[in-house]
Write a protein that binds this ligand. Structure first.
Ligand code: PMP
Length: 403
């Protein structure tokens, strides 16, 4: 058999994040001790009261198909949450529950993009977006952000990228991988660009609770005109430590939510009935567990920023949200060591893995080739150990200007 694959799938690049996760698992199974700073999930367990709701769902027999769009009860719980936390008013018909926020993003893009459309995408960005956009036949148009400005978005630059082909702006706030948090004024200005040029906004707010400082508004809450064109994406993975439960959601204009439901009806149908049931409990309140987690992330964030800044040759912009830190490692490009040369961030990441067993994500995955991304969704003790190991590994290298 000649296993001819579709042009569509052959056009996809392998997902570096998933490959790295697999590699870590294989190495660990072979007995290698590693500190994984590549993980994009909270290290906390799912709060017990939510876990109990999941068990209750199974025992009660909430184990059947549900409506494709999600049960009425969980969609109502999302509406209540949106009203309480985001000052957003939606009815259950304007909400879809998805298998993780990732599916919500994919459904949204598939619902609004045509061949050759352009989607404005600030970079550095989550590694999945460019391929997800390309998979619809549209093209990502990157909008660079500056590390010197802590990766804040320059609205004029964004506006200058709009063409007659632009269909949407894809925003992540707070941002993965940079931890940048866009403030109200910037969000409003972005919203006005969308209104002026009749564009959709896809607002991925999966890290909304993980902000260390002033809380950020949802862009859709800033004006009715902006709301009318915004698809807000969120989910339970990060805020409630529920990555494995695979529950996300989107709210937005009725025609788009209906289109997303049609797509979902032909791919996965409803997300897990058990996950949906537990989500009702999770969404009831912001929860002490969320606040506890955020407090703990903030301690680690401050620790990591301080330590990284003190390591020779490394620098990092400030990060005010999510649980990631971008570290500029480009001063080590060109460094030579016994087994090879560090030419780029991939080599740098490999060097840390090989020499001291610290796993980091190369910035190439986020369109940020000078950087690596560190996740601080791991214990302070592990971070302390990782910092010491990174320091030791880099002390063996000569930086470019020292060669
Ligand atoms: N959006 C962003 C920006 C993310 O970082 C992630 C997870 N890494 C997701 C969406 C997907 O989350 P979920 O687990 O809900 O699919």
């Amino acid at each position: 058999m000649n296993y001819q694959l579709s042009d569509r799938v052959r056009a996809l690049n392998p997902y570096i994040g998933a490959e790295l996760r697999d590699k870590v698992e294989t190495l660990r199974r072979s007995g290698r001790k590693l500190i994984a700073l590549n993980v994009g999930e909270p290290d906390f367990p799912t709060p017990v009261h939510i876990a109990h709701a999941g068990i209750e769902a199974i025992i009660k027999g909430v184990t059947k198909y549900t409506p494709v769009q999600g049960t009425h009860d969980v969609r109502q719980a999302v509406c209540d949450k949106l009203k309480r936390d985001n000052s957003l008013s939606y009815g259950p018909e304007e909400v879809i529950i998805t298998t993780g926020a990732k599916q919500a993003v994919a459904n949204a893009l598939l619902s609004i993009c045509n061949e050759d459309d352009e989607v404005l995408l600030p970079i550095p960005c989550w590694g999945s977006y460019p391929e997800m956009i390309a998979h619809t036949g549209a093209r990502p148009v990157f909008v660079e952000t500056d590390p010197e400005q802590d990766f804040g978005l320059n609205v004029e630059r964004l506006g200058s990228k709009v063409t007659s082909k632009t269909r949407a702006i894809l925003l992540t706030n707070p941002n993965n991988p940079t931890g940048a948090v866009l403030d109200r004024e910037t969000l409003f200005a972005i919203g006005m660009i969308a209104v002026r040029h009749d564009l959709y906004i896809i607002a991925d707010e999966i890290y909304e609770h993980l902000v260390y400082g002033e809380k950020v508004p949802s862009i859709a809450a800033l004006s009715e005109e902006i709301k009318a064109r915004t698809i807000t994406i969120n989910g339970l993975s990060k805020a409630y430590a529920m990555t494995g439960w695979r529950i996300g959601y989107a709210c937005g204009p009725l025609p788009v939510i209906r289109a997303m439901t049609v797509i979902q009806s032909y791919t996965t149908s409803n997300p897990s009935s058990i996950g949906q049931y537990a989500a009702i409990t999770a969404l009831k309140d912001e929860g002490d567990s969320v606040k506890e987690m955020t407090k703990s992330f903030d301690e680690r964030r401050q620790y990591l920023i301080r330590e990284i800044q003190s390591i020779r040759g490394l620098s990092c912009p400030n990060a005010r949200g999510a649980f990631y830190l971008m570290v500029d490692v480009s001063r080590y490009f060109g460094s030579v060591y016994e087994e090879g040369t560090i030419a780029d961030s991939k080599d740098f990441a490999e060097y840390l893995l090989d020499q001291v067993g610290v796993v980091v994500t190369p910035g190439d995955m986020f369109q940020a080739p000078r950087f690596i991304r560190l996740s601080y969704a791991t214990s302070l003790a592990q971070l302390q150990e990782a910092v010491a190991l990174i320091r030791a590994a880099l002390s063996l290298l000569k930086m470019r200007e020292e060669n």
